[in-house]
Design a protein around this ligand. Structure first.
Ligand SMILES: [Zn+2]
Length: 75
């Protein structure tokens, strides 16, 4: 299965630079700001918010990325 080339983007307020900007999905629920390059977590509680990552989030993103890289190499 090839997922390269598919990029999920959303519009939101980045908590790092406070810009209403385009956020690119890096892994499920986690996005990277195209304005400042920082990573954020999508948080849904009535409305959608974007939060800064804490250490647990960072570890999770790191693990997901490693998983994806391994999957891509399997092909
Ligand atoms: Zn930003």
């Amino acid at each position: 299965m090839v997922r390269i080339g598919y990029i999920d983007t959303v519009h939101g307020i980045c908590p790092h630079c406070d810009e209403d900007t385009l956020l690119v999905a890096i892994v499920t629920d986690y996005y990277k700001c195209t304005h400042c390059g920082e990573e954020t977590r999508q948080y849904v509680n009535g409305s959608i918010k974007y939060l800064k990552l804490d250490d647990k989030d960072k570890a999770f993103v790191q693990r997901m990325r490693l998983n994806e890289e391994n999957e891509e190499q399997d092909g």
